[in-house]
Design a protein around this ligand. Structure first.
Ligand code: PEP
Ligand code: MN
Length: 341
């Protein structure tokens, strides 16, 4: 419960767990010294601190519109199963592939390479949301067919973007996971049509969306009867211009704290430059993300879209090798946090 007790020796009952009440009690005791001359050295913070109980209720207010996506207990976690992959199930996983499907050769070579390096899901856009009407808009149905062929050849699951409600049933015939792009996060007719296909939904954060906005859209998908939502932090617009977007690593930490839905990171669209991608990917692992989605191309300089941020095959291979010890650390930490049965 927030507010200062009438008597500083009064026990606080926040309605929360006893450790939290004890923490709040200690906080009140520290505050009651008031920072005066008799304050014990090192105990008093000049900045008033909030107790865990208060922070908990502040989150509830912040995300009041999205009750079904919030954790009901600290251990509450949705696991989205796609074939053999359990997204959110503890194991860190990677989705990788080109920004756009361009040709059979480009896609097949990329799929085989990323599978060899440990990726579990193949990405690739067949319908592309492009900022310029003159830019490549995607191969459409032909692209979907190439994705399905690459899945058959490699065993990778497939994620691809759906841009219009009318296309949702068609895309769902070919893809294992439907991606809702940043520009579509608040297209509610699309969210409804995608949800109704029954396929898991990869919901990317809008580039000017708050975490609460993202959770509201996730809540919509759940309300349309589809519980299998994977959230994705892909960078947001800020005043910073040396990266394409600003990678909001704090959003990953917040989402792990408040939501039971899996959360993955897209360092490619956040960075906009391939040299920055491995560093952001490492940060995502450390922040507790459940996985990554990364752009990879056999010849990024010739890519029809997003070549500057696409990793070469060698770069992807070395990024995956560099991430391995960080993923091991993450697994050790998660095991240590598991409740004792
Ligand atoms: C993409 O994944 O290629 C893409 C267009 O992403 P976003 O919607 O995050 O811009
Ligand atoms: Mn892209």
């Amino acid at each position: 419960m927030s507010g200062t007790p009438a008597n500083e020796n009064e026990q606080i009952d926040s309605g929360g767990p006893p450790e939290r009440d004890a923490q709040y009690q200690r906080h009140v005791e520290i505050q009651s010294f008031g920072g005066g001359d008799d304050a014990p050295a090192g105990l008093v913070s000049p900045v008033p601190q909030r107790s865990g109980a208060e922070v908990g209720s502040a989150w509830l207010e912040q995300f009041a519109d999205s009750p079904d996506v919030l954790k009901s207990t600290p251990e509450h976690q949705t696991v989205v199963r796609v074939g053999e992959v359990a997204i959110g199930g503890g194991e860190f996983f990677t989705m990788a592939g080109p920004c756009s499907v361009e040709s059979e050769r480009q896609l097949m070579e990329t799929a085989e390479h990323v599978a060899r390096c440990g990726a579990r899901v193949l990405r690739g856009g067949a319908f592309k949301p492009r900022s310029s009407p003159y830019a490549f808009q995607g191969l459409g149905l032909q692209g979907l067919k190439l994705l399905a062929a690459a899945r058959a050849a490699t065993g990778l699951a497939v994620v691809t973007e759906v841009m219009s409600a009318d296309d949702a049933p068609l895309v769902a015939e070919y893809a294992d996971i439907l991606q809702i792009g940043s520009r579509s996060m608040e297209n509610y007719a699309l969210l409804e049509a995608a949800a109704h296909t029954g396929r898991p939904i990869l919901l990317k954060r809008g580039m000017v969306a708050t975490v609460a906005d993202l959770l509201r859209s996730a809540q919509c998908v759940l309300s349309f009867g589809n519980p299998n939502v994977i959230l994705c932090e892909r960078g947001i617009r800020t005043f910073e211009t040396c990266t394409r977007n600003t990678f909001d690593v704090a959003a990953i930490v917040v989402l792990k704290e408040v939501s039971h839905l899996p959360i993955i990171a897209d360092p490619s669209h956040a960075a906009g430059r391939r040299s920055l991608v491995p560093g952001l990917a490492r940060t995502a692992v450390a922040a507790g993300a459940d996985g990554l989605i990364v752009e990879v191309h056999p010849h990024p300089e010739q890519a029809w879209s997003d070549g500057e941020q696409s990793l070469t095959f060698d770069e992807f291979e070395s990024m995956m090798a560099d991430l391995a010890p960080w993923c091991d650390l993450r697994a050790l930490r998660n095991r240590a946090l598991e409740p004792v049965a």
